[in-house]
Design a protein around this ligand. Structure first.
Ligand code: CA
Length: 232
């Protein structure tokens, strides 16, 4: 059962959520503004954060960004407006999931369960990286303390990401790691990891609009940044 930090300034809603989560055996710490949320993250190290966007003081997206600087704790955002969803899903926020108000407690609990399960699956790998030990497999030796990899005694020229990927895969033979998991674990939400995902979606969207379509033609790539829809 998990230690959940609940950041929601509507007291009634916060209390209802708390009751439902406690019924499931979780411990819930309630705070009602952004600064208190940042304090609580540091002091209680929650297993999961439920975070409303519209908060007094620092808003939820800013809280999310700051938490992400030091932690991979799962974050479930609560959004009141459809317009906020783009920002939540935006690369800069680092949120893991969201629910749109009004939501059912059933839906909220399902999201919480899914995020906690995902975090549980990540534990062994995280623990392995946290406990560096020289490791040898089929002639490849990996030293996580120095990030040095050798093959038959010859130093391999790996980037830190390549090293981490190799270490993770070799450490758990037979285990299947999804791309999403590897993105989280190795690339740690780095925006460049998502470039191709975005590109694929833009490509498909253009295909569906048709190459002759003006809208499709006006969706243009901005080098080094992303995409924009050009003014007509
Ligand atoms: Ca609010």
């Amino acid at each position: 059962m998990a230690k959940i930090l609940l950041v929601e300034d509507e007291h009634n809603l916060s209390n209802v959520i708390r009751t439902h989560l406690e019924e499931q055996g979780h411990t819930v710490k309630q705070v009602f503004d952004g600064l208190a949320a940042l304090d609580a993250v540091a002091s209680i190290t929650p297993d999961l954060i439920i975070l409303d966007i519209m908060l007094p003081g620092i808003d939820g997206l800013e809280v999310c960004r700051r938490v992400r600087e030091t932690s991979i704790v799962p974050i479930l955002m609560l959004t009141a407006r459809v317009e906020e969803i783009d920002r939540v899903l935006g690369l800069e926020s680092g949120a893991d999931d969201y629910v749109t108000k009004p939501f059912s407690m059933y839906e909220l609990k399902a999201r919480v369960r899914a995020l906690l399960r995902r975090m549980e699956m990540m534990q062994p790998a995280t623990a392995a990286l946290a406990e560096p030990a020289v490791f040898t497999e089929a002639g490849v030796t990996l030293d996580p303390a120095s990030y040095e990899a050798t093959l038959d005694g010859q130093l391999l020229d790996l980037t830190p990401k390549e090293f981490a990927l190799l270490y993770l895969l070799l450490r758990y033979p037979g285990r299947v790691f999804s791309r999403a998991y590897l993105l989280d674990e190795i690339w740690d939400y780095a925006p460049e990891s998502y470039d191709r995902t975005v590109d694929t979606h833009v490509y498909r969207l253009r295909q569906k609009l048709g190459v002759e379509c003006e809208v499709a033609q006006r969706i243009v790539a901005v080098r080094g940044v992303g995409y924009k829809f050009e003014r007509g």
